[in-house]
Design a protein around this ligand. Structure first.
Ligand code: CU
Length: 181
């Protein structure tokens, strides 16, 4: 009887140890980031983005309103080749003075497309977008973690604006610098 009790006791202790060590093996803590998306080109669009990174997976959530209703809105994480901080373009970025900051006019500020946040969402009838997607870095054409670099040096840009009566999917409508939280 005593042996059985001792055996059970030692099993409980062992199981306790096992669950402790598996907790310790869970790897790096998930890192969280956020961005406040402010309008560009007087679009009236705004929103928030949250990003969590766990090892080589990155989950991006975007909530935005004021988008052109029922239209497909391209959206990307943008960044500069040299890794310097990607920012959102000021009004003065409209170098040709036509009243619209185009993708190339904004590029000196937010850089090139690093990660297309596909599938691009279609805004609902009220101009709302709700997007969540998890990407695996370095797989299926998704850039590597090294190429993505430090997220706090990157920006998120949403696109798609009515201009002169027609929808132009490329025009930036909202932008936010990513910060670590
Ligand atoms: Cu973009």
């Amino acid at each position: 009887m005593k042996t059985v009790k001792l055996f059970i006791l030692s099993m409980v202790v062992l199981i306790g140890f096992a669950s402790c060590s598996s907790d310790d093996d869970n790897g790096p803590v998930v890192q969280n980031y956020a961005a406040t998306l402010n309008q560009l080109n007087n679009s009236g669009a705004s929103g928030t983005a949250s990003i969590s990174v766990d090892m080589n997976t990155i989950t991006v959530k975007i909530e935005a309103t004021g988008m052109v209703p029922s239209k497909l809105h391209p959206q990307h994480i943008h960044g500069k080749d040299d890794g310097s901080n990607a920012t959102c373009p000021p009004a003065s970025a409209d170098t040709d003075g036509d009243g619209i900051i185009t993708i190339p006019e904004g590029a000196p500020f937010y850089g090139a497309v690093l990660l297309p946040l596909e599938d691009f969402p279609t805004a609902d009838a009220n101009g709302k977008i709700s997007f969540t997607k998890t990407f695996t870095l370095g797989e299926n054409g998704v850039l590597t973690a090294d190429a993505l670099g430090a997220l706090e040096d990157r920006s998120i840009v949403l696109h798609g604006l009515n201009n002169d009566g027609s929808y132009v999917a490329t025009i930036p409508v909202a932008c936010g610098q990513i910060t670590k939280i």
